[in-house]
Design a protein around this ligand. Structure first.
Ligand code: ADP
Length: 465
């Protein structure tokens, strides 16, 4: 299985060919509907004749767009693996050379090899390194790059529509590519690969767990839910680190704890990659601490797993992980009181900003959570949970929209005051949590509740609206 290498006698060894590429779609998890698009590319190879006979154009190039580590390279290999064709790859940064003409001649050599060993997939990583709009880079470096790009365009055109060599390129910046590259017949098909969601992360973890001695009762969902914002490369790494952990302890099976610990290490690694000023760290800490401190007052929300201000890919701030009943929450089966409590927690960052920095110096750090609060408050009113609207007939009438918004506002104000009151009573706890967060970036459940025990003033029962 894998790539078939057809090499004639006396020919030099192909430089850009990757031997033994044996990736299948089943090695790439969490793709959802994208898989269908990729299966079609495989068909361009396996059923090329059929497409040509029916006059269906086979694209010369396909762009895989998405952030680093989501599996773009892996997918390109899987296309070659599934089609059983050769895989040639180069990183576009290798095209960009100081000596004029080197990049262009590499492109020529790459496509020469791909053609001699067709059918084949040519994979160009980081296309934006060479594919930026021409004329944007000044000086001789720019000239060289333009020559390379021109050669790439010529090479792409050489295979147009024939389906013997298909180029797949990856980029995180499709928006800055030279328009000539994305013209019909060239990279005229874009496939977006997003970061995996909760289920996707779980599936990716499971794919990588296949080759490892996992304990029978591993809770993949728990690991998936604390790796929000992480991509496949990071999740694969978690499995590796967990395996090392197991070996170090002289055990024979990887446990959920190994995975959770590895996830925390991965998260700190992400943290190191990002710089923040001390003031920003503090501001984010106040934001997150406020949510945790308010949440701890409410029965359905106080099950806090950890609090962190570690930045993660795709998420500027930190976050508080509350172990809520997510199914219940998503399906709107939370009790009326829990929904109010949820709104209060989401307004805590806004209240903290006012209390710690003052009305005159409000930031927008709380914008996202305030938005959550607003939509929850509307659901609350629209769902008829607000007392004022109990038993009202003709509730959905258009002329009541204003009234609904006003009532939602009233609910929000009520919750906002609640959040403020809790924060005022818990200044000591807030200060302690903020200090610890700034110092350590993450607090475990135990660390957080130790501080609550020491400094917290917890309300026995929330008031009713
Ligand atoms: P990209 O090209 O998007 O930067 P890669 O394909 O190089 O990402 O991903 C690096 C590694 O991360 C892969 O070799 C694989 O081990 C893992 N990985 C990434 N995405 C996935 C995924 N969707 N399913 C399984 N593994 C993945």
């Amino acid at each position: 299985s894998g790539a078939r290498v057809r090499r004639a006698h006396n020919k030099r060894l192909p430089q850009y060919l990757e031997r033994g590429v044996d990736v299948k779609f089943s090695d790439v998890a969490g793709l959802g509907k994208i898989r269908l698009e990729l299966e079609e590319i495989v068909k361009f190879f396996t059923h090329g004749e059929m497409y040509r006979r029916r006059g269906v154009k086979i694209p010369g190039g396909i762009l895989l767009c998405g952030p680093p580590g989501v599996g773009k390279t892996l997918l390109a290999k899987a296309v070659a693996g599934e089609a059983g064709v050769n895989f040639f790859s180069i990183s576009a940064s290798q095209f960009v050379e100081i000596y004029v003409g080197v990049g262009a001649s590499r492109v020529r050599a790459l496509y020469q090899e791909a053609k001699e060993n067709a059918p084949s997939v040519v994979f160009i990583d980081e296309l934006d390194a060479v594919g930026r709009e021409r004329g944007l880079i000044k000086g001789s470096g720019g000239q060289e790059r333009d020559a390379t790009l021109n050669q790439l365009l010529v090479s792409l055109d050489g295979f147009e529509g024939r389906g013997e060599v298909i180029t797949i390129a990856s980029t995180n910046r499709p928006d800055i590519l030279d328009p000539a590259l994305v013209r019909p017949g060239r990279f005229d098909r874009k496939i977006f690969i997003p970061k995996p969601g909760l289920i996707g992360r779980m599936e990716i973890l499971k794919v990588h767990a296949r080759k490892k001695p996992m304990a029978d009762d591993v809770d993949y969902m728990a690991v998936a839910s604390m790796t929000d914002g992480m991509v496949g490369a990071e999740l694969a790494n978690i499995i590796e680190v967990a395996a090392i952990n197991m070996m170090r302890d002289g055990r024979t099976e990887i446990t959920t704890d190994d995975l959770l610990q590895a996830a925390q290490i991965e998260e700190r690694g992400m943290l190191d990659r990002k710089e923040r000023s001390p003031e920003t760290w503090k501001q984010v800490a106040i934001n997150e601490a406020a949510m945790a401190v308010v949440a701890v007052n409410f029965p359905d929300l106080r099950n806090i797993e950890f609090v962190t201000i570690a930045p993660r890919a795709g998420r500027e701030l930190g976050y508080v992980r509350m172990k809520m009943d997510h199914v219940k929450f998503k399906e709107g089966m939370l009790s009326r009181q829990s929904l109010l409590d949820h709104i209060t927690v989401q307004l805590a960052p806004r209240a903290a900003d006012e209390l710690w920095y003052g009305e005159g110096q409000l930031s927008t750090i709380w914008a996202e959570t305030a938005d959550n609060a607003r939509s929850a408050a509307r659901s609350y009113v629209l769902g008829g949970l607000s007392e004022k609207h109990h038993g009202l007939s003709n509730f959905w009438a258009a002329d009541r929209i204003n009234e609904i918004d006003l009532e939602a506002l009233r609910v929000m104000n009520f919750c906002y005051d609640g959040a403020k009151e809790i924060l005022q009573q818990n200044r000591k706890l807030m200060d302690a949590v903020v200090d610890e967060l700034v110092r350590k970036k993450s607090l475990t459940k135990q660390e957080f509740f130790n501080l609550v025990e020491l400094h917290g003033v917890i309300k026995p029962m929330p008031p009713s609206i």
